[in-house]
Design a protein around this ligand. Sequence first.
Ligand code: NI
Ligand code: MN
Length: 222
Amino acid sequence: MRLTYFGHSAFLIEGNGVTALIDPFFPSVKPDLNGNGLNYIFVTHGHADHLGETVDLALKYDAVVICNPELGHYLSKKGVQIHPMQIGGSFDFTFGKVKMVNATHSSSITENGEIIYAGPPCGFLIHSEGNKIYHAGDTGLMMDMKLLEDESIDVALLPIGGNYTMDVDDAIKAVKMIRPSLVIPMHYDTFPLIRADVDKFAEEARKFCNVKILNCKETIVL
Ligand code: NI
Ligand code: MN
């Protein structure tokens, strides 16, 4: 399985004959999907820096969007195929098992100056080809992360930018609760409000697990 970072909270997953994106908002470089197409898009919540290019990409590539039912309703009305899930729910997809997990944040879409309710924010556990990936979405530190310790997570993608999510110190506490094999920081330095000292995060987190700081377009093979 290949995991490629596209900045902010956007990741491309390729494996088991499936290509999927998580939170397709691309601050700089966009993924080249013309070779493999796109089968699924995971969307953690409705905020523009996560929903990103979901509608355009889903329509262009006939991809199914995995998200909460309210965000799904919004997307359905735009012609997008959805697979709705709720927090705590799991489903066996052809590529592997997905569980929607809690995130403590908000979720809405701003359109024509109005706020549209976009259901609860979430994170995803994606278990495929023997690897379990946790994408935390936007979240503050929460005790629910302690439940993830039993999931034996291989790779945890955690926000560290502060202001809207956990900062570096809280992300370290999250690492201690989740105990992943590898942590990859995300959701930092995209905007001035979420500047973070990623080297400090790496230095601290390394006491508890492996750490990889991914540059934009950088791939790790799991
Ligand atoms: Ni958000
Ligand atoms: Mn965000």
